[in-house]
Unconditional design. Structure first.
Length: 150
């Protein structure tokens, strides 16, 4: 493994990957969404419920991803309860900009995603890193669409 890859898979990333929050499945969630990286096959499945104000009330994730995808899911999963769709969407967009455009670290409470700054140079890993936030936005959109129809 190259020195750059060794730096990429830092102890902090591996520790986050090993300590995944919000893994207990939810009974009868309002929505479930799965995001998959076609390049590596990593997947993250998110289930959630929203409160009447549109904030995440219950959150669960099933993460089958590389260490970078797991670290991203660990940071974001720990911050999800209480978040609005706009906050999650902003975190996803900020993370994407951080990775692809050298943008700043995502805003709190998603600022722990800073650990993934070294992944900027590994474009083939970006999709996996974004999976948890992509799936969460998708699930929230499902709930909001169903509520709008009701």
């Amino acid at each position: 493994m190259s020195d750059d890859l060794i730096k990429l898979y830092s102890g902090r990333i591996l520790a986050l990957a090993a300590d995944m929050p919000a893994t207990e499945p939810l009974d009868a969630p309002e929505a479930t969404a799965k995001a998959r990286s076609p390049l590596c096959g990593s997947t993250v499945t998110v289930s959630l419920d929203l409160d009447p104000q549109g904030r995440i009330a219950r959150y669960s994730q099933d993460v089958k991803a590389c260490a970078l995808g797991q670290a991203s899911a660990a940071v974001s999963g720990a911050a999800m309860v209480g978040r609005t769709e706009g906050e999650v969407r902003r975190a996803r967009d900020e993370l994407r900009a951080m990775l692809r455009e050298g943008g700043p670290v995502p805003s709190a409470p998603f600022d722990g995603l800073e650990v993934l700054v070294p992944a900027r140079d590994y474009r083939n890993r970006h999709a996996s890193i974004l999976l948890a936030l992509d799936a969460t936005v998708d699930a929230m959109e499902q709930v909001m669409a169903a509520r709008a129809e009701a």
